[in-house]
Design a protein around this ligand. Sequence first.
Ligand code: J2J
Length: 538
Amino acid sequence: PGGAPADWPGWPAEDVQRYRAAGYWRDELLGDIPAHQAAERPHAPALVDGERRWTYAELDRDIQALSGGLHRLGFRPGDRVILQLPNKAEFVLLWFALHRLGAVPVHAMPGHRRSEIGHLARLTEAAGYVVPDRHARFDHRELAAEIRENHRTLQRVIVVGDPGGHPDFIPFDTLYGDGTGPAAPPSPRDPGDLALLLLSGGTTGTPKLIPRTHHDYAYNARTAAGICRLGPDTVYLAVLPLAFNFTLACPGILGTLMSGGTVVIAPNPDPLTAFGLIEREGVTHTAVNPPLVPYWLSEHRAHRPDLATLQLLQVGAARLPDDLARRIGPELGCRLQQVFGMAEGLLNLTSPDDPEEIVCTTQGRPISPADEIRVTGPDGRPVPDGHTGELLTRGPYTLRGYYRSPGHAATHFTDDGFYRTGDLVRRLPTGHLKVVGRVKDQINRGGEKIDATEVEDHLLAHPGVLQAAVVAVPDPALGERSVAFLVSDGAPTVRGIAAFLRDRGLAAYKAPDRVRLIDRMPLTAVGKIDKNALRALV
Ligand code: J2J
């Protein structure tokens, strides 16, 4: 059902054979990882969330019980289930329980609202939706009720916490039953089947979904874990959202659990929360985005926490300024690793063996020898090393097309299957990449991606707005911020626009940070809105 080949283009047969023969793709299902580890090291610590702790045996037992509960509720292999949870152990438990059953988690971010979730529900025909009761002063049960009302396929809502005034919502805790019931029948899925759906940052108006398979995703996590030298002694602190590809699999939670290490969940990204957990749990590895780095440095100076166990701080999702990068080692006493990744696949890491200069000034190199890289100029032809061009890539864990979206094949992929990243890079002779810009119409707001077209389409629905263009402008704290240029017969304000977009169900982080009214849009020679000219106005 979910993995019907018509829903997404897989890899061509000869590549499948090549990736298998090379040992990149193995016959492993993501849902089997906890059971394998439980057999090997039952009493080793696997997961920590606040005062709650699981050994591998306990983790496996709970996942089995949950999978049985999901099965009794009627979830079946191939069913898509939208998972929208903040940083809590339940995310990890449910993610594996869905895989154990053969169901397909659809990753939503905690900040997503009616517009994004409705789109996911429609596109995936999801059978279920998992939410917290309340999070960040928002009642997710109300959103869930509205989504279910409007999507007939979506019958079951699972609530982590109190289902409130919704008697037919299923409290997460009841999925365990009495803990002795049968697990779901073993997943009948193939490692090449669709395993999960990740949201793309998007550049085409509506968010696109990225199909990831069991063997490609496991390969991604295992390879990253090898480069980061994870092992049974690793203690990984999950600071960024668990649903983020970076936190989950680069190497993140998945790489740590595959290595027999311990995952510790940070309930929020506050540096003092992280420092407390690093000291208490002996954290060895963690990952943050560039806007968090100055806070880590200043709070470290102010509070002098003992970070002696911390070996590696990964930083990625947006460009880390070189000067900031250089301060991390000396001030925090750990190694920096730059991470340039994308939910679509390709992952670049600096290595612990790279010289300091490379670690501080590049965004790493591809993790797999089978990652193919092309850097092309405006004419589509490869540029020499050291010159700027668009990054194109193909490989054993990079998608060949979006989910249920054949229309995007021509714009986002070459005829021979390379994915156009939309990122402008320079490649050094060592293979390391420097990210120097972007050709895609996107704002990278401190690591959160905003699709300009998506926001513009919503703005044009405003009765007072005649024309709209959203552009990125530099920002000292976030790297970039969004500015909406509007041609309007009214006087819309930032707050008014934010309220309008919120009412339309758009996630709050997509609302423009600034609004500027102009008389008419500057146009390019072919009559399109000239965004370079707009940026120059700021
Ligand atoms: C500049 N731009 C970067 C970096 C990502 C690991 C890390 C990050 C992501 C991620 C991820 C960048 N410097 N170091 O999935 O597994 C921008 C690029 C890229 C886009 C992808 C992972 N690291 N970027 O950020 O799917 O523009 O994934 O194409 O959210 O983020 O965004 P996303």
